[in-house]
Every structure is written in structure tokens, then in C-alpha cells.
Design a protein around this ligand. Sequence first.
Ligand SMILES: Cc1cc2nc3c(=O)[nH]c(=O)nc-3n(C[C@H](O)[C@H](O)[C@H](O)COP(=O)(O)OP(=O)(O)OC[C@H]3O[C@@H](n4cnc5c(N)ncnc54)[C@H](O)[C@@H]3O)c2cc1C
Length: 443
Amino acid sequence: MIDAAGPRLRDGEWSSWARTARARPKRVALPRDEEEVAALVAAATRERERVKAVGAGHSWSDAACTSGVLVSLDRMRRLCGLDAETGDVTVEAGMRLSELNAALACRGRALPVLGSISEQSVAGATATGTHGSAPGLGNLAAGVRAMRLVLASGGVRDLGGARDEPLLLAARVGLGAFGVATRLTLRTVPAFDLVEIREPLPFDAALARVDELRRSEPFVKVWWLPHTPTAMVVRYRPSTGSRTFSEAARALDERVLNARVLAGLLSAGARWPEAIPSINRAVASAYFRAGETVGPSHRVLNLAMPPRHDELEYALPVERAADALAYVRDVIERERLRVDFIVELRFSAADDAWLSPSFERDTAWIGAYIAQPRDRARYFDAVEERCLAWGGRPHWGKRFSASSSALAARYPRLGDAAALRREVDPTGTFDNELLARVFGPRT
Ligand SMILES: Cc1cc2nc3c(=O)[nH]c(=O)nc-3n(C[C@H](O)[C@H](O)[C@H](O)COP(=O)(O)OP(=O)(O)OC[C@H]3O[C@@H](n4cnc5c(N)ncnc54)[C@H](O)[C@@H]3O)c2cc1C
């Protein structure tokens, strides 16, 4: 059964999952098919109204915010076809990654890589460059072979005839700036199992191994809970062993441990920030345990849904991986920040999408996360400033405050993307505040 309820609105206000982005759209549209999308976009352009597509609303940034028409593709989430020869799958853009994972698993296929959750829509996840942690694999958008886009005129454009088509290179990680995606075709691989290997290590030992790990492991990430001495190295390797992943244990983690125990501890930390180091040490000794789990890739790569919190994440040249982790530890200590959520180090391979944070660069991702509000701004500002100095590029779906000139210096094709945007959306139908920050004022 498809839940086509559309985006969450309360008293006319839309908010993102983490409630970090809020908007008051003039109205919400829930089209049933591409024709309805095209008609509403054409009408909006005629009336000079703004339109913004929203996926599952799981970005921390204001990427999906609008005061105009909020278009949800929650009624457009069918699987359109799986090409038996190439393995490419075509889906309607509102389909959730979790729905796609399940549909692919039934057909013996899988996405090559996933991030920590699959609640996002396919179009929303690719539009911000959502990534997992596989040093040799690109982000989710790197797997987009083709897409159909409703342009501001209401015309429909099929992209993907040629891999180097400029509009496809711009729109794959397109932030909703070039049109409303109605269908996407993605690369899939034969379904595979992974063994997740969790290894707690002293922080400095983990730091010393970062470069070796990213060179040798197909999937690897490092977690560190601030104010504790231990980091956790998590590797995922292909496996043919017996499956030990349990749906019941995952549900328990999600509904009890994360939603109640961890959420309760985060509330206590928000109230008494000076207690955070002790809380973190208790949490780390309970959670950061050695262990292994074998299961289907899409279940093992995803985590139990975490409690609400805030995130900033930067894409850095891969050689900066260890520096970045060390810097975050140092700044937390030096500034006496009280950080109640993990710091995460992940990897993805270079790709060719113009606005991808991994554009033409193998990438180390440093994620700074926090739930308590008191130290959030100081924490994010310090990490962002350092990352920008290293040539870092922000995750578009997370918090960032970099200016358009800083972004232009770090995204070599931003100017080309801006020119293409002027061509396909001359009157700014798809504009919002985030795009104004990214592209600068329209000239
Ligand atoms: C708990 C949690 C865990 C996360 N884990 C990861 C992770 O592991 N790795 C990672 O990289 N990110 C992660 N994210 C971030 C998340 O993947 C991105 O913010 C993603 O863009 C959210 O997808 P969405 O469907 O909710 O899109 P939304 O947030 O609703 O929208 C994002 C952007 O997509 C555009 N868009 C949506 N639909 C369309 C369409 N049909 N056509 C054109 N544009 C469209 C919107 O306009 C907006 O610009 C996580 C987020 C949460 C809340």
C-alpha cells in the first residue's frame, strides 16, 4: 500500500524531518502523473509563481523550502521497469529508496551503495548528492543513467541519450534548480550480502589507520563519539556467510533504543550540557562494541533511524581525511564544546556531475552532528571554516553557510550550471533562498 499522504504540514507550515527547515507554501500539489506535473509547472510559470519539488523532507538545509507551490511526488512512486540486459531500473521520482531496495531485492538486484537511511525519495536523495561510504564508488547520483525533467515551460525533457549531455550533468545533483524530475533510471548490481565488522579502537590508533582503511576496504567509515577515548571503525565486506541480521533487532533499536533511550539522553544533555561528556562515555561503552552482522547490503548499510539532531557535512580532498577527524577532535576540546552526537568520517569516489560535492575528486566526508542547541552554531562555524580553507564543498542537504563566491571557487562548473539554469528557467520558477545562496543573485 502506497502512502500518498504528501508532505507534513501543521497550521500551514511545512517542516523538514529534523525541523531545521520550515516554510509556508502558498499551496501543496500532489500530482498523479507527469502530465499533471507539467500542467501545474506551466501554469505557475505563466502566473510568475514559484514551484519547489519536495521529496521526503529529510534535508537539514532549506533545499526544499518555498513560499510558492510545494510539489510532492508522493503519488508518483511506481517502479516503471527493470532492464534485464543492463540491470538499469526506472522509477517514478517520488519512490522512496526503501521501496526501491525492497523491489530490487525481490528481483535479485540492489543499488551498489547506500547512505545511512533509505527514507528519502529517489529524486530527493540524488538531487543533493546523497552518498554512502565506499571509497571506490560514487554517490547515489553517480548511478543515474537517465532522467525525465519537467522544465519551467512545462515541456518534458528526456535526458540520458548521451552521458555527457550538459543538462544531465547539471541536473543529476540538481537541487531542484533545473526542473521537476518525474522519472529516474539508475544502475543496479546483482544483490549482494555484506558482513559489517565493528571494531572499537583508541582514537589515535583509528586516526593512524584512516589512509590504509580507505585504500583497502570496499566500504568503511569511522565514528567517534566526542569526549570519549574510543573510535569505532566499521567495515563492510562482501559475504557468503549465514545471515545474522535480524529485522526484530533493528525494530527494537529504532523504536526503543533510539527513539526512547538515546532520545531521552539527548534531551538530558540539551538541558545540562555539562553532563554530555559523562553521558557520551556511558553511551560509547554500551554501543561501541566489537561485533559482526551479515545481511543483505541494503539492510546492513542502513542504520536504525536515529533520534532528531542537526548535521553539517563537508566533502574534502580525500588526503584530508585524517586531518579532518583530528581537527574536529581538537576544536571540540579547545573550544570546550559539548557535542552529544557522533563525528563521522566517510568516503566516496570522484564523479562528473557538475554540482556533486565529489566532482572530479575522490572525497573524504567529515560529518559534524549535534542535537543540543547551545553549542551548535560555534561547532558548525568552526568546522565549516576549516573545511572551506581545505577546499571543502558542503553537503547540499545539510547545514552550510558558505557564500556563493566561496562555492564558485570550489565548484569549477558552478558558472556553467548557473548559465544553464538561466536558459531552462529564465523567470526563476524553481528559485528559492537556498538556490539564491548557491548561485548568487540572478543577473
Ligand atoms: C536521518 C538521516 C540520515 C541521513 N543520512 C545520509 C547519508 O548517509 N548520506 C547522505 O549523503 N545524506 C544523508 N542524509 C541527507 C539526505 O539524504 C538528503 O538531505 C536528501 O536530499 C533527502 O532526500 P529527500 O527525499 O528527503 O529530499 P528533500 O529533502 O525533500 O529535498 C532535497 C532536494 O531535492 C529536491 N527534489 C526533491 N524531489 C525532486 C524532484 N522530483 N525533482 C527535482 N528536485 C527534487 C528538492 O527540491 C530539494 O532541493 C540523511 C538525512 C537524514 C534525515
